[in-house]
Unconditional design. Sequence first.
Length: 116
Amino acid sequence: MSIRADLLRGNTDIILLARLAKSDSYGYEINKEILEISDGAFEIKEATLYTAFRRLEKCGYIESYWGTEHTAARRRYYRITPSGRDQLEVMIAEWEETAKLIFRLIKGETYHAGTD
C-alpha cells in the first residue's frame, strides 16, 4: 500500500529532528535512510530537505558544520541542539495527539485530548 506524499510532507521537520537525534549526518545520507526505512514510500525532495535544514537552523533546533573528509566534495553535516531535542519531544507529543484525533474522527468516536 502506498502512502500519499502529502500525508507525510507536513512532517518533514519532525522526521529530520528524529533522525538527527540519533547522530549527526548530512543531507544525502539522511534522504537515503528515509527512503530505505520507508521501503521506498517516501523521499524528501532535495529543495524541500535543504529548505527544512535552513528553517530548523534558523530556529536554533539544529546546527551545521563542514565535515573533515578528504574526498573531492566536502559535506555539510547537521546536528540537533538541546533546544532541538526539546522541540522534538513537543512535536512527538503533538503528533501522537493529532494521530489519535484523526483516528477517532475516522472511526466516529468522541475525542478527549490527553486520553487514549
